[in-house]
Design a protein around this ligand. Structure first.
Ligand SMILES: [Zn+2]
Length: 365
């Protein structure tokens, strides 16, 4: 990731765009596909605690990503249509479902000692980062609980630090604890559901998530990602091992691909795989660094494209597991592309139908 970071640092002009584009990280259309049935809302999980993870001046994975998301939601009047969810810190019991206790302790000690990173400069930290990371995991857990309790039908979690690169005993790629992987185990152990589908459309391959479940037939990992690209894993022939053989599906895409390539992958590969797997819950590692104009990625997914992907994933959740779907933020560093889409769909599906300038229905932009 340092290579990516350096590349990003070299684009000074892009920094201004970044502050704008933060809005794009949270593509407003993304939840359009996750609209709940009438009377059952969509949850939005966020807390100011997530701003306390300080990655250092000029780092692309910065607190403003989230404040811009919240500001935009408020500006667009969308917040009142969402069910606001609050996080609690995850307990070590859950962190260690996928990470070693030694690693969790190393993260704690390192952060609390004021170290600037854990394991690698690719995982920058501050004194509060350990606590914030616990809240990121706990936030996704709160969203899962809200879905399972019937408080919401589905939810989006605006959390940081991201997680899908984190390995069981090592941080990397801006990630400390693997939020989505812990969420999958939480669904299984706390809520007694058997099979979890993880869909990862971040521009980078989620090597940490894949590694944790590579031999596990109860968790299906599906990833579209730019290739070749960081972290170098995720070739199509990585399909799982042992009992998990066939439960990992990678769709590497050449740089420059956009809506058509992603939609094709989701329709022709995700949908049949989901039909065979029959998930009990669907999680999405939603990285918007696959968006057009991202500072790190070189893909070209548009807001309409993300909306389409969400509709497909939501369709899977509706078909196989009563709509149980939780989406959580991973990467995404150019918010301009999202801001341009500008449309914050009504996450509840009960607002007046309009067609905005971006062509999307149900958009108040
Ligand atoms: Zn990424």
């Amino acid at each position: 990731m340092s290579e990516l970071f350096n590349k990003w640092q070299g684009r000074g002009l892009c920094r201004l765009l970044l502050s704008i584009a933060v809005l794009g990280v949270f593509c407003p259309h993304i939840l359009s596909g996750a609209v709940a049935k009438a009377g059952v809302g969509t949850g939005f999980l966020y807390d100011a605690i997530y701003l306390k993870h300080d990655t250092g001046a000029g780092h692309p994975e910065r607190p403003e990503r989230l404040t811009a998301i919240v500001d935009r939601l408020e500006q667009k009047g969308v917040v009142q249509h969402l069910v606001r969810l609050k996080p609690a810190p995850a307990s070590l019991e859950w962190i260690t479902t996928v990470h070693t206790p030694e690693y969790a302790e190393r993260v704690r000690k390192s952060c609390q000692a004021g170290a600037r990173y854990v394991d690698t400069p690719d995982a920058p930290t501050s004194r509060d980062s350990y606590e914030v990371a616990l809240y990121a995991v706990g936030g996704v857990q709160a969203a899962i609980d809200a879905v399972m309790d019937g408080k919401v039908r589905n939810a989006f979690c605006a959390v940081r630090p991201p997680g899908h690169h984190a390995l069981k005993d090592k941080s990397m790629g801006f990630c400390l604890f693997n939020n989505v992987a812990i969420a999958a185990r939480y669904i299984q152990k706390k809520h007694k559901l058997g099979k979890v589908l993880i869909v990862d459309w971040d521009v980078h391959h989620g090597n940490g998530t894949q590694a944790m479940f590579y031999d596990d037939p109860t968790i299906f990992y599906f990833s579209t990602h730019q290739s070749p690209f960081y972290p170098g894993t995720g070739s199509a022939d990585e399909t799982g091992a042992g009992k998990g053989l066939g439960f990992t599906r990678n769709v590497p895409l050449a740089a420059g691909g956009g809506d058509a390539e992603y939609k094709k992958a989701f329709l022709e590969q995700l949908k049949p795989a989901a039909a065979a797997f029959q998930p009990d819950f669907v999680l999405v590692s939603a990285g918007f660094d696959s968006a057009k104009g991202d500072l790190l990625g070189r893909m070209n997914v548009t807001p309409e494209g993300f909306a389409e992907l969400t509709r497909i994933v939501k369709g899977v959740a509706e078909q196989y597991c009563q709509g149980r779907l939780v989406t959580l933020l991973e990467g995404g560093y150019n918010l301009e592309s999202l801001a341009a889409s500008g449309a914050f769909d009504t996450l509840e599906g009960n607002r007046a139908r309009v067609t905005c300038s971006c062509g999307m229905e149900d958009s108040p932009c």
